[in-house]
Design a protein around this ligand. Structure first.
Ligand SMILES: CC(C)(COP(=O)(O)OP(=O)(O)OC[C@H]1O[C@@H](n2cnc3c(N)ncnc32)[C@H](O)[C@@H]1OP(=O)(O)O)[C@@H](O)C(=O)NCCC(=O)NCCS
Length: 191
């Protein structure tokens, strides 16, 4: 019997959350998580403008276990473009990470990505996200949810010289396995 997992990695219980649209009154709680999650955080105004934008979708994940009914433990913002969904922001409060909250948020987005989009609101064929090369936890998280890196964008950010990993989700495409990077003279496996 392999006892290593029970000794060194005690299982964390999934925190079941309710996912609902973000409201302006959520933004203060969201900012606490935002400021503790990113070196270059969004402002309150960034969140409010996405709540107001009819092409953007903003959700919070709330749990009464986090103190007080309706307390937001995580959130996600994405933009719905004609052909794809672009994930713009997603974070979970540090206290509630590795409890499946990010997974539940992304499942909401993944449910909107379909092979043959019909008239359904928001349905698109793929989703994309741009992740900093230094943000290994986010890369591993997205990989665990079936996202794959299909391109590295050199010097993508204005605020640093970091590259971005473009991560893509096509849940209907079984052959979407890790691929070899050939752009910019690259040749190594990177996902
Ligand atoms: C990335 C983030 C959203 C993940 O949220 P989360 O609620 O902790 O994620 P989950 O509990 O659903 O994790 C699902 C799986 O992703 C992987 N994963 C998540 N965080 C990880 C980490 N820090 N290191 C390695 N793997 C990780 C694991 O496989 C995990 O499954 P496991 O816990 O059973 O091993 C969270 O760490 C966060 O808010 N980070 C700061 C903000 C950020 O970088 N956002 C970009 C998101 S694309």
């Amino acid at each position: 019997m392999n006892t290593q997992r029970t000794i060194f990695q005690p299982a964390r219980e999934t925190l079941i959350v309710r996912i609902r649209p973000m409201l302006v009154r959520d933004v203060l709680a969201v900012m606490v998580t935002e400021n503790s999650s990113f070196e270059f955080p969004w402002t309150e105004g960034d969140f409010v403008s996405h709540i107001d934008d009819r092409d953007s979708v903003s959700y919070v994940a709330e749990s009464s276990a986090a103190g007080g009914a309706g307390c937001a433990v995580g959130y996600m913002v994405y933009h719905v473009a004609p052909r794809r969904i672009e994930l713009l922001n997603l974070a979970v409060h540090p206290q509630w990470r590795r409890r499946g909250v990010g997974t539940q948020l992304l499942a909401t987005l993944a449910g909107q990505v379909v092979r043959h989009p019909g008239p359904g609101l928001g349905q698109r064929q793929s989703a994309r996200a741009y992740v900093r090369e230094s943000n290994l936890p986010a890369q591993l998280f997205l990989r665990s949810q079936g996202w794959r890196c299909d391109k590295i964008l050199r010097g993508y950010y204005d605020d640093s010289s970091e590259d971005a990993y473009r991560m893509v989700l096509r849940p209907w495409r079984q052959e979407d396995a890790p691929r070899r990077h050939r752009e910019h003279g690259g040749g190594g496996e990177y996902v």
